[in-house]
Design a protein around this ligand. Structure first.
Ligand code: SAM
Length: 218
């Protein structure tokens, strides 16, 4: 249960020197990308070299899986000196503790790749995208920051899209913007779950939205 892992009491209590010893102490960088429910970490590993100066973290609830990602990152650091220093993982329940890790407007990208579907109506409140949680994500994202979601479950894809579409602080990226964003191509190919879906030639449903200032506040 939650009591078995430490939770920082505020974002200033996150020990960056533990996660990014190559940069800290001595840097004023902050984590800018968060991969929520990162699983085995495939997306983070791709992003680490694509954005070598950006600090990023995976959040994963399962202890063994987060330990695996930690080991994976450590061995990549050893095998590739100077690389993968910008990526780390925490074991946590993202549905409870996002505000403990990130300040207002700290993040520029958040990822929700192949989240658990929680099919039954009474379990929809356990979905990682919901109107309530989007308020929280809007808080930690900077204006212009982007939420990336993808799933192979059509019903969940519709749900995530409609939550984002109906939220006043998010707007969809245009087709042109999606094509120009190198990260969009990774959504279906970089993670372990995405690769599994691709092997089975499954369909995917994505929704990519930008954090905006609501029109009644401009
Ligand atoms: N994103 C990865 C991928 O595409 O391969 C993993 C997808 S997997 C189906 C969903 C992951 O979310 C699981 O590893 C699960 O443990 C994690 N997860 C579920 N609820 C979570 C929560 N509240 N906080 C953090 N991680 C969670």
């Amino acid at each position: 249960s939650d009591s078995h892992f430490p939770v920082p009491i505020s974002p200033s209590h996150v020990d960056y020197s533990l996660h990014f010893p190559h940069f800290f102490p001595g840097s004023s960088k902050k984590i800018q990308f968060a991969d929520i429910g990162c699983g085995f970490g495939g997306l983070l590993i791709s992003l680490a070299t694509l954005f070598p100066e950006t600090l990023m973290v995976g959040m994963e609830l399962r202890d063994k899986v987060s330990e695996y990602v930690k080991e994976r990152i450590l061995s990549l650091r050893v095998a590739n000196p100077g690389q993968y220093q910008n990526v780390s993982v925490v074991r946590t329940n993202s549905m409870k503790y996002i505000p403990n890790y990130f300040e207002k407007a700290q993040l520029s990208k958040m990822f929700f790749l192949f989240p658990d579907p929680h099919f039954k109506e009474k379990n929809h409140r356990r979905r990682v995208i919901s109107p309530f949680l989007l308020d929280e994500y809007a808080y930690v994202l900077e204006v212009g920051g982007i939420i990336y979601t993808i799933t192979d479950v059509e019903e969940l894809g519709d749900w995530m899209k409609s939550c984002l579409e109906n939220h006043p602080m998010f707007e969809a990226l245009t087709e042109k913007e999606l094509e120009a964003d190198p990260v969009v191509k990774l959504l279906s190919s970089a993670t372990e779950e995405g690769q599994k879906v691709a092997r089975n030639e499954g369909q995917t449903f994505q929704a990519v939205y930008r954090r905006i200032v609501p029109s009644d506040q401009t």
